[in-house]
Design a protein around this ligand. Structure first.
Ligand SMILES: [Zn+2]
Length: 235
């Protein structure tokens, strides 16, 4: 069976040279980034059966969230880790949009849409945006927008401080560094239902900093959608 699959993948590789992010096997023409097999085994958070509390638990007490959902569980060695890496560092704009669309399809089953909601991607600092060429959270938001039919606005939040890298820092040090990173304008925030969109939630410090800025400008409600939620316990 394995020999057969290897042979078949050899044929596929000749005709369609793209490889699956998850298993490395060649993709069919109708597959994008991820093969059907890996797609069917994505570590999706079951938001209809308890998963909906994950982000609330992570941010518990720090941010008052109306609705908050993650799509994928993130842990070392997971396909989610590979997806996030490509989205962030390997020019994976179309992958970010496609993952956003998949997330949107999942959300259709349980997300409650209010009138005048708006998707607000967590912004990058302009220097980082220039270096990367795109904001991965904006691409994810564009994918969600396509499915949920909620507009994306990129001028609601602004990132006003630049840091080299925050991933290795301790939680308290990271918070000290990031807490004043974001700025927003009253006329863009006041009395609005805002859905923050981010690629991954780890400690929740970024979301807390965004939320603090929105609260200063009298936001009506804050909702949160993250493509992934990190945590070794999800393995
Ligand atoms: Zn695969």
């Amino acid at each position: 069976m394995k020999l057969l699959k290897d042979a078949w993948n050899g044929v596929k590789g000749f005709v369609f040279p793209n490889q699956c992010i998850g298993c490395g096997y060649s993709l069919f023409q109708y597959e994008h980034h991820i093969c059907r097999l890996c797609e069917s085994s994505l570590p999706v958070v079951n938001n209809l059966a308890g998963g909906a509390t994950l982000l609330h638990d992570r941010l518990g007490g720090r941010v008052e969230l109306s609705q908050a959902y993650s799509y994928l569980k993130f842990f070392q060695g997971s396909i989610t880790q590979k997806i996030l890496y490509r989205i962030k560092y390997q020019g994976g704009q179309s992958l970010a949009r496609e993952m956003g669309e998949k997330f949107g399809e999942d959300l259709l089953r349980y997300f409650i849409k209010e009138n005048n909601m708006v998707l607000v991607p967590v912004p990058l600092h302009p220097m980082k945006l220039q270096m990367r060429g795109y904001n991965q959270s904006e691409e994810i938001a564009n994918g969600i927008s396509k499915t949920l039919n909620i507009p994306v606005e990129t001028d609601v939040l602004e990132r006003v401080q630049f840091h080299v890298s925050q991933t290795q820092k301790r939680k308290d040090a990271r918070w000290e560094e990031i807490k004043n990173d974001f700025s927003s304008k009253l006329e863009k925030v006041c009395n609005r239902d805002i859905i923050l969109v981010d690629d991954v939630c780890t400690s929740g410090a970024t979301i807390e900093a965004c939320a603090n800025s929105l609260k200063l400008n009298q936001v009506k409600s804050i909702n949160l959608l993250t493509l992934a939620i990190a945590g070794e316990k999800y393995q």
